[in-house]
Design a protein around this ligand. Structure first.
Ligand code: GTP
Ligand code: MG
Length: 691
């Protein structure tokens, strides 16, 4: 790719569901000339929402990207999902971007999705622009929206555009910095530059002064000039503002209407002028080959490192790993090290992606995003690096699903095919979890919400030709222990020729909730040879898959292997694995096992008059209400609720609020299940097994 590092912009378009992110992305692509017509979500002609499941629902499910040339720059644009069911993909897609265009709808209140995505953006220290879209609508409220951005997101917005509204719709935009205005000719995207309308002149000047000050404060040289002369040029303000954006001191706010194709070239200009090139970002923190913290500077002369932020499985090209070059330059046909799986990978062609289409490039440098086909042991979240500078970049955070369903193949005997298809979908979609219930043989499909699981089943049928039915939602209970105990596993058998011998002693103890599993080796003096110790761990992990109360996986335990015996001839990995399993099962019996149930964070928005009913109902569901707040004309209730109590919340909320309530659910944590519920769950499970 020919563009110099300073001419690269890699941005994610993000925000809550339905605010017009994809519509804006299409309008940007049209303005940049990569599409000869304006793609529209509503008539299924979008360049970005191209999967049948997305087109049918008019909703982005998985991010997709295009490259837009603009003023000798190359903008890589990643359009992300906003609907709560699909935002895990957004969270991880943000790792591919060096800046964000955050889209807001001033005609309706901010929802939980906005706060969630904004938190991820600031957590990644991504410089951002905010776009107020849908300004063609009479109900748009700019000032209220700015207040909400400050109060609910903690953002520091500064208007750099003012909408020119006439006859209740958008006619043009005031460019506060330039002291000019643009009026648009219909939906052509063409505009004329005119004087600022008289009625907006004072407000525009006031905003210009504010931004000039912000810009001056971001740069010592500019500050000195500003203090001496009391004024800065347009270019100087722009330069200072860019520095303020990069440090997160301010988020410029722009205006648009994607449907009317207004404000779009101005947004492209702002991306180029106000967002940093990836090479201008501060160094990322990573780990070196020894595991020590190190800085990964976005320097094109440094050794190569790249972060794989997404996987897509293409029917023709197979698996594509999409990576952002974090440092150095990568060439086609080179060998790199996957420092996460510690495997050497040969990169074949480097592919530049345009939606689902690809074209070959010879190399890619800092900030560029390229795809590589058919890597053997590379997953999204992994780092690929120069073999001689084996750095690791912070991997993805663990995702815990919010809902689980049992699924069954429509055709008998297609269970395995369904499992294989679901595993492949899980490669592309990290919010998805697929398990097989050891006992019933049922497939358990877990995801972010019912919609997510339903969409997954549709994809499974379309892409892998297996139809499945969703059965009742299931609660993914877990088991744990409450007491530290010591246990012994001993295998001694004479089979035919030589025997099987392994002996291990372990201590099993509870660890804090959410810590998962820890294995500690304290063998000294070789009572078990080192080569057999991983086998003991494997045996323990196998035994942990099934707890002793109901048979759910066991979590939050530390297992310390402290002693054992072996035999020169009769010991084997297999024998030690069996002994490890035996020891763990022995421990479980005595360690005061407990059943854990998942809690979810529930956010319900309801009209004021329904509050009483909804609160009463929540109490009957064992909810712990944590707070209430007014958001627009709705009351928002935040609570932690056992997942078991809200498996079918949607129809109940609909009937309590006559369809005017909405809610969002995300996994929160596990807690011990009350004793009387445990009996019920055990009985239910037994009944299920007898059927
Ligand atoms: N009136 C008006 N409607 C708009 C505008 N932008 C988008 N829409 C409409 O809003 C709906 C949602 O637009 P999308 O572009 O799919 O929104 P999105 O943010 O990508 O939605 P998700 O991908 O589901 O998060 C579509 O029907 C668009 O036509 C706008 O500026 N004005
Ligand atoms: Mg979209």
């Amino acid at each position: 790719m020919a563009t110099e590092a300073s001419g690269i912009r890699t941005i994610a378009v993000a925000g809550q569901g339905g605010v017009g992110k994809t519509s804006i992305s299409d309008a940007l692509a049209f303005a940049a000339g990569v599409n000869n017509r304006l793609g529209r979500v509503d008539d299924e002609s979008s360049l970005f929402d191209t999967e049948p499941e997305e087109m049918r629902r008019r909703c982005t499910i998985s991010s997709s990207l295009h490259h837009l040339p603009w003023r000798k720059h190359e903008i890589t644009l990643i359009d992300t999902a906003g609907q709560g069911n699909f935002v895990t993909d957004t969270r991880f897609s943000l790792r591919g971007a060096a800046g964000v265009v955050f889209v807001v709808d001033p005609t309706s209140p901010l929802r939980a999705e906005s706060s969630k995505v904004w938190k991820w953006i600031t957590g990644e220290n991504l410089p951002a622009l905010i776009v107020l879209n849908r300004l063609d609508r009479a109900e748009a409220e700019v000032d209220r929206t700015l207040d909400a951005l400050k109060e609910e997101l903690g953002a520091k917005p500064a208007l750099i555009h003012l909408p020119i509204i006439s006859g209740e719709t958008l006619k043009g935009i005031v460019d506060v910095l330039a002291g000019k205005a643009y009026t648009f000719e219909g939906e052509s995207g063409k505009f004329a530059t005119v004087d600022v309308p008289d009625e907006l002149a004072d407000r525009a000047e006031e905003l210009r002064m504010e931004i000039t000050e912000l810009a001056a404060e971001a740069d010592d040289e500019l500050l000195e000039k500003y203090l001496e002369e009391g004024e800065l040029s347009v270019d100087e303000v722009s330069r200072g503002l860019k520095a303020a954006v990069a440090s997160g001191a301010v988020v410029p706010v722009l205006c648009s209407s994607a449907s009317l194709n207004m404000g779009i070239p101005q947004l492209l200009d702002a991306v180029v002028d106000l967002l940093p090139a990836p090479a201008e970002l501060p160094a990322a923190v990573g780990k070196d080959a020894a595991g020590d913290a190190t800085e990964i500077a976005p320097d094109s002369a440094a050794p190569f490192s790249g972060f794989v932020f997404k996987t897509v499985i293409d029917p023709h090209a197979g698996q594509l790993s999409i990576l952002r070059v974090m440092s150095g330059t990568v060439e086609a046909d080179s060998q790199v090290l996957n420092t996460s799986s510690e495997t050497k990978e040969r990169l074949g062609h480097l592919l530049k992606m345009e939606g689902r289409k690809t074209s070959e490039v010879k190399s890619a440098t800092v900030g560029e995003v390229v795809a590589v086909a058919k890597l053997k042991k590379t997953h999204a979240g992994d780092t690929l690096a120069d073999v001689k500078a084996a750095v690791g970049i912070r991997p993805f955070e663990e995702v815990t699903p919010a809902i689980s369903f049992a699924v069954e193949a429509k055709k008998r005997g297609e269970e395995d095919k369904a499992m294989q298809g679901l595993y492949k979908l899980g490669e592309e979609d990290l919010a998805l979890q697929v398990e097989r219930d050891e006992e019933s043989g049922e497939i358990l499909l877990s995801g972010s919400g019912q919609l997510h699981v339903e969409v997954t089943c549709e994809r499974l049928e379309r892409k892998y030709g297996v139809g499945v039915n969703l059965k009742a939602p299931k609660v993914p209970y877990r088991e744990t222990i409450r007491k530290a105990v010591k246990a012994h596993g001993r295998l001694k058998k004479q089979t035919g020729g030589h025997g099987q011998f392994a002996d291990c002693r372990i201590e099993v103890e509870p660890v804090p909730r959410g810590k998962g599993f820890e294995f500690v080796n304290k063998i000294v003096g070789g009572s078990i040879p080192r080569g057999f110790i991983p086998a003991v761990e494997k045996g323990v992990i196998e035994a942990m898959r099934k707890g002793s109360i109901v048979g759910y996986p066991v979590v939050d335990v530390r297992v310390t292997l402290y002693d054992g015996q072996y035999h020169d001839v009769d010991s084997s990995e297999m024998a030690f694995k069996v002994a490890g399993s035996m020891a763990f099962r022995d421990a479980l019996e005595n360690a005061k096992p407990a059943l854990l149930e998942p809690y979810v964070n529930l956010e319900v928005a309801v009209p004021d008059e329904c509050m009483g009913d909804v609160m009463g109902d929540l109490n009957s569901r064992r909810a712990k209400v944590e707070g209430m707040e007014q958001r627009g004309s709705s009351e928002v209730i935040k609570a932690k609720v056992p997942m078991a109590e809200v498996l079918r919340y949607a129809p109940d909320l609909t009937s309590m609020t006559s369809g005017r309530g909405s809610f969002e659910i995300a996994f929160s944590h596990y807690e011990q299940t009350p004793e009387h519920m445990v009996q019920k769950i055990v009985a239910e499970r037994q009944a299920e097994e007898e059927n």
